[in-house]
Write a protein that binds this ligand. Structure first.
Ligand code: ADP
Length: 310
């Protein structure tokens, strides 16, 4: 059985539904990717690597993971921290506003739980995924340790996968993000950048420009996402452009890139070509943006994926 480890943070999501009512769910970039991968490719063992608390909401979060058939043996329980939380409010003009409480979340402590024993278990896996958000969340004092462990996995033959997912507010300044991203670009076997991420940090404005930017790092497989525009890829030095069908009735683009990543990686782990994997991933992302929130209803998602040829 193929297996993949998604390291990062899942948060409690609160969505304002009235004057004093809220709907509560769970989301976070790597978790979203894990959900969509596992929904489409149940044969791939899919683990989230994170830390939560010992509170009731953490219990509920783990139940949700189980409901999505995600392996939780590496979701550690921190003694006195709790999960991060964010609130989505929509103002009078329909613009969404996000407020976060995540500075002291359990997930920030994840590296403390990555003992030699744990890393050894990851080392027999196929892929190890982390994002720019995962990196930002890891405490600064623990990042050197994180890179050592990632290096260990790479040396053991695990494919290292990185999506930059740049969120300015999570970093002290641009330079801090660039320093960590540089290390991620160097170590990665697969990169899944969005044009927007690199535009802000490096002034690269086109998908082809992103491929050029990635070249010096010698990454085996680069997949560049660009909203409704064509996806551009490079595999073993061969570049390709993949047209996608733009969605007309976009409801909420939250987690489009996450769904794309998860389904792309699942497709590759199950032996699809880059071209087929991009088509499935773009279909998944196109379905997700027609539903509100990060996680689309399972039945509707799977039925649309079946129509897309899964
Ligand atoms: P991110 O969510 O990381 O910002 P993008 O906005 O680039 O990522 O979108 C990720 C993927 O989602 C795209 O590569 C594409 O496949 C799909 N996608 C996004 N917006 C649209 C759209 N309007 N129509 C169809 N597909 C879309």
């Amino acid at each position: 059985m193929k297996n993949i480890y998604f390291l990062g943070e899942c948060m409690v999501e609160l969505r304002s539904t009235g004057e004093s009512t809220m709907h509560q769910s769970f989301a976070g970039d790597v978790y979203n990717s894990a959900v969509y991968l596992k929904r489409c490719f149940s044969e791939v063992a899919t683990s989230v690597v994170s830390a939560v608390g010992k509170d009731k909401l953490s219990d509920k979060m783990l139940e949700r993971f189980h409901g999505e058939n995600i392996d939780t043996q590496f979701v550690f329980r921190h003694e006195n921290k709790a999960p991060g939380l964010y609130l989505i409010e929509t103002d009078d003009t329909g613009e969404r506003r996000f407020t976060y409480w995540r500075n002291d979340s359990a997930a920030r402590k994840i590296v403390e739980f990555l003992s030699d024993d744990v890393v050894e278990q990851f080392a027999s896996g196929d892929m190890f995924f982390f994002s720019g958000i995962s990196l930002a969340v890891i405490e600064q004092s623990k990042r050197t340790q994180f890179w050592q462990k990632a290096e260990q996995l790479k040396n053991a033959g695990v494919k290292v996968v990185f999506d930059p997912n740049y969120r300015a507010r999570l970093w002290k300044n641009e330079q801090e993000a660039k320093t960590e991203f540089e290390k991620a670009f160097r170590i990665s076997d697969v990169l899944l950048p969005g044009v927007e991420d690199l535009a802000v940090l490096y002034g690269v404005e086109t998908a082809e420009g992103v491929l050029e930017f990635c070249k010096p790092y010698g990454v085996e497989e680069v997949i560049v996402k660009n909203g409704p525009e064509s996806v551009v890829t490079s595999e073993a030095g061969v570049s390709q452009r993949h047209d996608i069908i733009p969605v007309k009735n976009v409801v909420d683009t939250t987690s489009a890139g996450d769904a794309f990543d998860g389904v792309y990686l699942g497709a590759r782990l199950t032996g699809r070509t880059v071209t087929d994997a991009v088509q499935l991933a773009a279909s998944a992302a196109g379905i997700v943006i027609q539903h509100p929130g990060a996680i689309a209803p399972k039945a509707a998602f799977l039925s649309a994926m079946a129509d897309a040829g899964l």
